[in-house]
Ligand binder design. Structure first.
Ligand SMILES: [Fe+2]
Length: 261
């Protein structure tokens, strides 16, 4: 039986970015969700272009944003993050069974918004004369997805609440770089991304806290344990306090972040 969870897995396996975006746009909640369906990992996850070149984060070349190449490299790195974000949202839909329609529906909205972000960035990149896959990338986001694949609570703690939340801090800084380089188009795309990412992190926060309550765990202490266990990167400030508060982080969590930074 075709279900939303199976269709999400099929979209996740697609390697061609445009086909993946189309498949995500075609997903809809009228499909039965299939919450109880048991689905095996078919291998080949995540689907992504075979020509992507991966390097360690410190080996990703840094170029000035005041050159065309440098600006394109920065747009490319954002496109890569958004491409991963599509895959992450699809992965959370198919991988974890027995959750509510609200859970799957929430991540479906995220997948669609990530597909929009990727499309906007890819289109902008092509106006600069480049395509997704033209620059080396690093694989930190997906590595964390791998490390947390057997534990939904860890996935929520480390992916939306840690790595994606870092995007809230980075967005205004990157937006400013584009604006200063005179790339208003890229700056406007960053505005759309920041607006939507607050909602994505908020969704991660909501489900993380809800699962903690159901498991009778303290959300604050559990986060510290999971971050250590899964070797979460240490986050550096400055933190985007207004966006983080809007996304549901508490004052206590922000203070803990600022103390370790
Ligand atoms: Fe995004």
């Amino acid at each position: 039986m075709n279900t939303l969870r199976l269709a999400a897995l099929e979209a996740l396996l697609l390697t061609d970015p445009l086909q993946k975006v189309d498949a995500v746009n075609a997903l809809h909640l009228e499909l039965p969700v299939g919450a109880e369906q048991s689905i095996q990992d078919p291998g080949g996850i995540p689907g992504r272009p075979s020509h992507l070149e991966f390097v360690l984060p410190q080996k990703v070349p840094r170029r000035s944003v005041h050159t065309l190449q440098g600006r394109a490299a920065l747009v490319h790195s954002l496109a890569h993050i958004e491409f991963n974000a599509i895959n992450l949202a699809l992965d959370i839909i198919w991988r974890y069974p027995n959750l509510s329609d609200r859970f799957y529906g929430g991540w479906l909205t995220v997948a669609k918004e990530e597909a929009l972000h990727f499309s906007l960035l890819q289109a902008h990149l092509s106006t600069l004369g480049f395509n997704y896959g033209d620059f080396p990338c690093h694989d930190g986001l997906w590595e964390m997805a791998e490390r947390t694949k057997d534990n939904l609570l860890a996935r929520l703690a480390l992916v939306p609440r840690t790595l994606e939340a870092r995007g809230l801090d980075a967005c205004p800084v990157v937006r400013e770089k584009f604006a200063q380089a005179g790339d208003q188009q890229a700056a406007q795309i960053l505005d759309v991304i920041l607006r939507d990412e607050v909602g994505h992190v908020a969704l991660g926060n909501y489900w993380y806290r809800r699962l903690c309550r159901e498991q009778e765990r303290c959300d604050f202490d559990t986060y510290q344990q999971l971050a250590k266990q899964h070797r979460a990167p240490r986050l550096r400030g400055p933190f985007n306090r207004p966006a983080r508060l809007e996304a549901g982080f508490t004052e206590r969590e922000l203070q803990a972040l600022e103390e370790q930074a």
